[in-house]
Structures are given as C-alpha cells and as structure tokens.
Design a protein around this ligand. Sequence first.
Ligand code: ITT
Length: 197
Amino acid sequence: MKEIIIATKNPGKVKEFEALLSPIGFHVHSLLDYPDSIDVEETGVTFEENAILKAEAISEAYQRMTIADDSGLAIDYLGGRPGIFSARYAGPAKDDQANISQVLEELTGVKSMEDRSARFICALALSIPGQQTKTVVGTCEGYIAMKQQGENGFGYDPIFIVKGLNQTMASIPKEEKNRISHRAEAIKKILEVIKQI
Ligand code: ITT
C-alpha cells in the first residue's frame, strides 16, 4: 500500500481523492487526519502557485509524498471570477451556499446559456521530499445554471451544468463526477507523472 497525503481540509475533495486513489492501491491521508497541521497561506496568484505552496509545506512537515489541490470555478462573464478566490468568494467563512448565492446574483439578467459559460479548474502539485515539485491541470467545461439543483458533490456543483449533459454536477451520481470532473482529469495526469518517478 502506497502512503500519500492530500494537503486539504476540504471533506468534499478528500472523498473524491479517496474514491479515485484507494482502488489503485493508495492509502490516502488528508489534513483532516492532522488537526494540528500548519495552516498554509495561499498567497499565490494562480491555482498552480497555490497548489505548490500547500504541497511543499506539508511534504516538508511530514516528510511524505504529498499532493495538494488548488481548484475553483472560472466564469467567463465575470472575467474569470471567482477563480482562485472560489472558496471565500462571499466572505471569509468558506460558505458554499453563500458563494452560490453571490454568483447567481452577479449573473442576474444574463439569460443566454452561451453568456453563462464557465469551467472548473483543478491544479495539482506533487511534492516528494528532496525532489522537484511537479504540477498538472485538469478542467471541466460547462455553464452556470439559472438556479441550483442537486444534492451531490460540494462547492459550486449545484449551479454548474456540465457541457453535453444538461444536468448540474450535483445532480449526477458521484461515480460519474469522478469520471468527468476537472479533478478526475488532473488525477489521471498526476498518476502518469507518479508512474514515471
Ligand atoms: P483546501 O485549501 O484545504 O484544499 P479549500 O476548499 O479552501 O480547501 P481551494 O482554496 O482550492 O480549497 O478552493 C476550492 C473551492 O473551489 C472550493 O471550496 C469550492 O468552492 C470550489 N470547487 C473546487 N472544486 C470543486 C468541485 O469539484 N465542485 C464544486 N466546487 C469546487
């Protein structure tokens, strides 16, 4: 069994990493298992920079292979916002429901789906003590729904209509999200990197 730390305290992310990595032989730890872990400040200006900051701080602290995920939603009409500010878009509390309401309010009056285009972006950084950090990026294209729908997933899933599916990410089964999501694409890429190490 290969041991890996996912440098996140977001339970939604942890579940998705476990679902994708456990079946292929990884024992997944997360920062939820280390309640006293350092709080890494996300001072980068890109998803990749923030992922690197988190991965390197945690792999250094615990001397273990670490993947960090920095991810979010980029809405074209809003010039790419909320982007790297996705988790705290409506304020410091990291409140998913408040973030959703904020986005829907900012898109009030934007009626055509073409104008509501958006994508989820997931940058992963892989840090192994003593080695150069590697990064990959996965994306998932879609549109912002007029109202929220579905109970699955986390974050902005209830208002993200997946391109080609006509349903929100929160309305499809979790197994399907784990096949098509930005995180699934990024994890596939990082596994290729791990295989080459
Ligand atoms: P960690 O830093 O501890 O990993 P976080 O939630 O603060 O947790 P980020 O800074 O990467 O993580 O912010 C990611 C935010 O982007 C997350 O809180 C959601 O609002 C949104 N997001 C990312 N992936 C998502 C997904 O698969 N579905 C819905 N929303 C997502």
